[in-house]
Design a protein around this ligand. Sequence first.
Ligand code: SF4
Ligand code: SF4
Length: 446
Amino acid sequence: MKLSELQKLIFDAGIVGAGGAGFPTNKKLSDKTEIILVNAAECEPLMMVDHHIFQKHLHLIVEILNMLLDTMGAKEAIIGIKSKNRYLLNPEVVANMEGTRISVKDIPDIYPAGDEVILTYETTGRIIPEGGIPLDVGVMVCNTETLFNIWKLFNEDTPVVEKYVTIGGDTDRDITVKVPVGMKISDLMTACGYTDLEGKRIINGGPMMGKLVDIENDVVTKTTKGLLIFPEEHEVIQKRLRPMSLTLKRASAACCYCHMCTDMCPRHLLGYDLEVHKILRTASHSEVTNVDSFLQASLCCGCGVCSVIACQQMLDPQNIAMEVKGQLAKLGYRRPSGRKVEKVSENREGRLVPSNVLAERLGLRRFMGKTVTRDMRTFNPDKVYILTRQHVGAPAVPTVEVGATVKRGDVVAVTPENMLGTTMHASIDGRVVEVTNESVVIERLK
Ligand code: SF4
Ligand code: SF4
């Protein structure tokens, strides 16, 4: 198959990065790729989707890697997985990789091992230039479930209409379920028996980088990976409820300028020109003399090490840096990218953050250690809300009208092909009952 044909098939199937921001996968495929790097780090505590896929489907991941290697003309594929999770891999499948272009590489049990900048360095020794992408160093980083979605496209002729999600946190048992894209999170919680949510809040994503769920309105999207329930008084929730004005006031009153937040920052340690203590200082003191500090925020990945591990004053440089980054992005400002990193800090080894230290610091111990079971039930929501923006780039434009009858897998919205974006599909059989720029709502036929 030609690369352009593969790109078109993947665009039509609506495949985007199944974790993180949802970068359209067709745009990642390139004949300049030397290494396909599978991100199996699953570095945020309590997240278990990749665990499940590797345990059940490693042979399918290998199958699709071989196809991608051939189509892109890449030299090798590396599965980057924490050594403690090696047990998930079927030994027979691993043995069969011997002498092939696919290998498994151990990564240390550190946070944030799944940040593509860190993962690329740990597995290949290459450092992505500041503001760059993995392809700048010949690497394509691919999420595990994204690869599985490509396998399903070629073997089951299925576009992305369902999503694996781990539900955990303050629960009796943690489960990983397969959910129709567009199902309301409130319906999912009810269907799974998590009905007593009084005094609790849910985070969509991991406890470090996930976002608070609006239970009335939020739906499962192509990037939903975990829904973690926590008591409202827990710090991971309180941190997200704190207004930015208060975060800045606390920073201006209590920051002692010790720069531990910078010293511990994983990207700074890799040689990036990112000094978060200066961002915090500049933002909290409204210092206009140091504009470059603002621009440095565009190099932050929002991992939160600076807030959770480094700062002894309980300040929140992570949220301040991400706020600045978001504001700059809205205005179209970015630090000029492409500076090559000259030197990794000699302190890096000693400042890596072990995952168990992170879990302890976050107060997650009591939520951990439960067996995560795969729940095979099929969900049949009466209504799904297919959002037109579940990915990086331009929103998809609805292609159906109210009253249309659709089948699971039918196209309901597409981003114009000359723009960065993807295709959206109906995730249930039913009738279209509402179409807006934001979503296509489908109701199951009774
Ligand atoms: S959140 Fe903090 S530690 Fe993480 S990359 Fe940004 S500045 Fe560095
Ligand atoms: S670690 Fe905390 S106190 Fe020290 S410079 Fe950073 S924000 Fe300020």
